[in-house]
Write a protein that binds this ligand. Structure first.
Ligand code: PLP
Length: 380
């Protein structure tokens, strides 16, 4: 189908196979690549269902800590983790920024371990001029509600191996198709979140209510868009994750792909404006300007006292969101695989996502910069 051809081309791969969600795509890829009981090495800084998909697919998670300035899997720690019966490395590209995937792909190749890229947040991003998703045995994309290209729900696996693509299709035989009702409910939910998180500043009634809640210790608005508030262990793929994408959803994603270049250029401009405006402050993605191939699903910032900062920002009229990522290596539901990953633990508590979406005003970006600077300069 047209979308699969587009996705394969975007990733520089021979094949793309659609899936109902990004997380299901991860499940399918791992299940098709590893043998049951093999270790899957991954970053703990992700959503809990990514770890669940590893487990549901028969893998044993092994967490390796991340780099402080990107939150990406640290290649320097990875080699030591490639011992024993490792079936795959799952590499997450966060915030639309490419991880150090060429180094990691080379390391995996040296050890004979298949690499799977979780590019759920990074469709269209490039590392060293090559598209992410196409560096290893398989790459995964998401078209979830909060991703920069959305089909309400949706995902895909890209790969070069025709036999692997055939296994990914076969595994989905007989899965249910999303009903128009479910999609409509999802769209309405998205609209509500959109209004609350994107237009809060220009919608005083909602805004005041939300701010009252924030200042009186209710949940911040950023949390409303969290899809991962009650992590739990899953041992087999839930029925809800075993559907297929509809033509309607594929159409939405195709529209998004058509605008991808323009939107990415706009996101890059917004990110650069934030980056330059925040120059010299701690907790930025990198002190140098990162790879031009980033698509910036947001501009990530790490702030030591995040709840204090978010209160301060809220008082200044800035509605900023915390990360929805967990340090999965310390979630109680994954206690059996608990690992000490101090950098991921810190980032989970510190990450804030500054908006970069196309159409987000320069004036808004500048107001956020002023607020962040104000916080650090002690005007709080
Ligand atoms: C969103 C996301 C997923 C899962 O995608 P869904 O389509 O929501 O299932 C997986 N990994 C990362 C890093 C994500 O951000």
């Amino acid at each position: 189908m047209a979308l699969e051809a587009d996705l394969a081309a975007l990733a520089g791969c021979a094949h793309a196979v659609l899936a109902p969600m990004g997380r299901t795509a991860i499940y399918l890829a791992i299940q098709a690549i590893i043998k049951p009981g093999q270790i899957v090495v991954l970053s703990p800084l992700t959503i809990s269902d990514v770890v669940n998909m590893v487990i549901c697919a028969g893998g044993v998670p092994r967490f390796v800590d991340v780099e402080p300035h990107t939150g990406h899997l640290d290649p320097d720690r990875l080699e030591a983790a490639l011992v024993g019966d490792v079936g795959a490395v799952l590499l997450t590209h966060l915030h639309g920024l490419p991880a150090r995937v060429d180094e990691i792909a080379a390391l995996c190749a040296r050890h004979g371990v298949p690499l799977i890229e979780d590019a759920a947040q990074a469709l269209g991003a490039q590392a060293g001029g090559r598209p992410v998703g196409g560096f290893g045995a398989a790459g995964v994309f998401s078209f979830g509600l909060f991703k920069h290209i959305t089909g309400l729900y949706g995902g895909a696996v890209v790969c070069n191996d025709a036999a692997l693509a055939a296994r990914l299709r076969l595994a989905q035989a007989g899965w249910w198709e999303a009903s128009p009702l479910r999609l409509a409910a999802r769209a309405v939910h998205g609209l509500g979140i959109d209004v609350l998180t994107r237009s809060a500043v220009v919608w005083p009634v909602v805004w005041r209510t939300v701010r009252f809640g924030q200042l009186h210790a209710a949940r911040p608005t950023g949390r409303l868009s969290s899809t991962d508030r009650a992590p739990r262990l899953r041992l087999s793929l839930p029925k809800a994750l075993a559907g297929t994408m509809t033509g309607l959803q594929a159409g939405l994603v195709l529209d998004g792909i058509e605008d991808l270049e323009r939107d990415a250029a706009s996101r890059r401009r917004a990110a650069r404006r934030s980056h330059e405006g925040l120059h010299g402050l701690p907790g930025l993605p990198s002190q140098a300007w990162p790879d031009e191939g980033a698509v910036w699903s947001c501009y990530p910032l790490a702030v030591a006292n995040r709840s204090g900062f978010l209160d301060y920002a809220m008082r200044a009229g800035r509605d900023l969101a915390s990360t929805t990522l967990h340090n999965c290596a310390r979630l109680p539901c994954f206690a059996a695989w608990a690992t000490d990953c101090p950098t991921a633990a810190g980032l989970q508590q510190q990450l804030v996502q500054l908006p970069t979406w196309p159409g987000y005003d320069d004036a808004e970006i500048d107001a956020t910069i002023t607020t962040v600077r104000g916080w650090y300069e002690g005007r709080a």
